[in-house]
Design a protein around this ligand. Structure first.
Ligand SMILES: *Cc1c(COP(=O)(O)O)cnc(C)c1O
Length: 244
């Protein structure tokens, strides 16, 4: 297992590098994030020790379970799943440095209240549903700018950019459309020059579509399967509002 994780990592880094070369980008503009849902702490450590310190969970429960075991290895932890407001205290206890899945005002409000109380700040990305699939989380593209304006008022929340999950399709052009839409929203927001809003990060692209995402400007690609192998749960378990 250890060997295959390290091998897979090398292969993914090569794919990232090739995609950067293809699209005339500097390799250091794109960070690899390890999507670690269902992966054991032991296997996550292997990847961190192989030089990949950025990891992310989808469920607060899993984050909590692995938190203690991972404490001993220096790493950075993001959150990429649907966050229920009653889990905010838990997530803040687990040293998450960025919530990439902020997609609604009530969550922002409650996060802000808790952060104020704890005298902390939190980096966030706004998750946009670019694929028009009801089952996926994220603010509707038409409502993204408004949400960003509202969230920018909460001084404990530091908006760093946008996140999306592209449509699942073998047709690259359909996937590309999702990533282009995210980039377009980023550009719209930049023009507005909203105080307390940075739009540097575009978190998009996964095992199957990271090349397309990099071509369209991704700064963070989130990879699970291609490093850790297939998961037993279908992704709908993590992504579908009806199956949480
Ligand atoms: C699981 C997951 C990924 C990684 O997907 P893979 O296809 O396994 O690479 C990326 N982003 C999110 C939000 C995920 O839940």
């Amino acid at each position: 297992m250890a060997e295959s994780i390290v091998e897979n990592l090398k292969f993914i880094l090569q794919r990232i590098e090739n995609a950067c070369i293809e699209s005339d980008r500097n390799t250091n503009e794109v960070r690899l994030l390890l999507a670690t849902k269902t992966v054991s702490a032991e296997n996550i450590k292997i990847a961190i020790n192989a030089g990949q310190p950025l990891i992310a969970e989808n469920k607060v429960q899993e984050l909590k379970e692995k938190y203690e075991s991972l404490k001993s290895v220096p790493h950075e932890s993001h959150f990429i799943g649907h966050l229920q407001t009653n889990k905010i205290k838990d997530i803040l206890r687990c040293d998450v440095s960025c919530i990439q899945s902020l997609d609604r005002l009530d969550l922002a409000q409650k996060l802000h209240q808790r952060l104020l109380y704890e005298q902390k700040t939190m980096d966030v990305l706004i998750q946009v549903n670019t694929s028009d699939e009801e089952s996926k989380f994220g603010v509707h593209p038409d409502d993204a700018v408004e949400l960003i304006c509202q969230v920018s008022k909460f001084e404990t929340l530091k908006i760093k950019g946008l996140m999306t999950i592209g449509v699942f399709s073998a047709e690259t052009e359909k996937v590309r459309k999702c990533f282009r839409l995210l980039k377009q929203i980023q550009q719209e927001v930049i023009v507005l020059d909203i105080p307390n809003v940075e739009m540097k990060e575009l978190s998009m692209g996964m095992s199957g579509d990271l090349e397309t995402a990099i071509e369209e400007g991704a700064t963070i690609v989130r990879v699970g399967t291609a490093i850790f192998g297939q998961r037993i749960y279908p992704d709908s378990y993590y992504w579908d509002e009806n199956k949480k």
